[in-house]
Structure formats: C-alpha cells, structure tokens
Design a protein around this ligand. Sequence first.
Ligand SMILES: [Zn+2]
Length: 273
Amino acid sequence: MHILTKEIYSLYQKPDYKIEKKNIMTGHWNYCEDGECGPINWEGAHGQHQSPIDIDLGGVERKDTVDAIKFVNYDKILKGSIVNNGHSVQIVPEEAVEHPEIYGGGLDQVYRLVQYHFHWGAHANEGAEHRVGGLSYPAELHLVHQGIENPDRLAVVGVFLRVGQEGKALAEEEQALRHIIEPGSTTTLDHISIGNKLPKNRTSFWRYEGSLTTPPCSEIVTWTLFTEPIDVTSQQLDLLRNLKDSEHVCLKKNFRPVQKLNDRTVYHIVARH
Ligand SMILES: [Zn+2]
C-alpha cells in the first residue's frame, strides 16, 4: 500500500483509542483549546498553508473561466461502514466498480472518494471548520478524495450544513448514529447516495490550497467549498454532539480554529456549465 494511503487509512479508519494504547505521545490529540493535546500543539500545526481558513468575501479573486466539476457515479447507491473514530463520525464506502470520482473544475487530476466525515459544534453558532466572512455554519461535511495518478494529493469537497427541515446531510446515517455512541464502535450502511449530500448549485465554489484539518495537518489538499449549504436538522446535530470521544466525554465539538491565509489566494469560481 502506498505510504500516504496508509497514513490516510490509519488517520481516518482506525478508532483512535487503539492508536492511543500503542503510543500515547504521538497518537493522542483532541480539540481542547488550551490543553496540551489541543490544536496549538498538534503535529504539523505550524505550516504556512494550513486549513481551515476564514473566507474573506472582500478578498477572494473571482474566476469564471473554469469548467464545472464532474461528479462521476455520485448518483449510485453504495454500501459502507460508519465509525465513531473518537474524533468524528466517518463513513467509508465499499469499493465499487462504479465508484464516485471527481475531475475538472480546475482540479489537476481525477480524484476518487475515500471517505467522508463531519465537523460540528456545541451550539448552532459554531461547528463548521471554514468560516465565511467571519461567520460559522453549525456543521461541515468533508468528502475526502485521493488522486489516482498522484495519490500524494487529496481533493476535499466541503459542504456547509445549515439547520433546516429536510436534513438531507445525515438522513442515511441518522439511525446508525444511535449505535456508534462509544468511540471505536462501527456499523454498516446499506444505502448511501452521496449525490444527496451535494447542494443543487455545484457551479459556485471557493477554491484554495491547504491542509488536512487534523494531525498530521499535511499540506496536500486542494479545497473546494460550495457556496450553497445543505440542510441538517437540529435533532441530527444533537445526535452528533452526543457521540463520545476517546476520553469518553461527549464529543460536543470537533472543529479546528481558522488558520492564517498567509501568501495564498482564495478563488471564487463560478463555473461554466
Ligand atoms: Zn474534516
């Protein structure tokens, strides 16, 4: 297995408490702001191109010469597993012949969906990792894709979640969330339709180069953030907040604070159809 693939899998698939037992010093991290295992002390946290960021609407550069992102097999029904890894709830779709992939939209290669997971907060005024004009949505979905030609690169598609009646964002996972409250617990999902997790408008998005938002914070990610959010219900948000982390306390929040933009540019892409 490719070294980075290994890293991604160990990062996203292994329940963290197992890592912790093996190596307390390097395996343990959390979202406690002032704690020694908190975001300031994470491995790799001090790079110059870190994520998430605050998208300053006055400072973005508009681009309208880019084609739309092609979402291949996003309409297919997938099976997969859902795990509480102690930091988030993560869904890993089973390898399928018609596996979801993305390309175009200014991306440098074809990227394949590896997993998706959520970030949330203790109340409705926080939760998303990226901020928009200083404001926060209550949650954010990350669809993590790995490069096929160059697997050292990731393309993460971020979708902001706002509170609404429909709750499309977690409709297929809602029941399973009640069965994975303990860290390390996992169950299966028989019906995942990734397409339902994308907004209707897929032609307007922000794009910038950044990092993983969890240790080791590697600066290998091309970020795509849709400007249009999708709905999550307040009950679904409560189910997320009720999950337990590796210290067996409620996982009230799991978003990294915003990082400095430094010398980067954020583009607002309004793609051609
Ligand atoms: Zn994430």
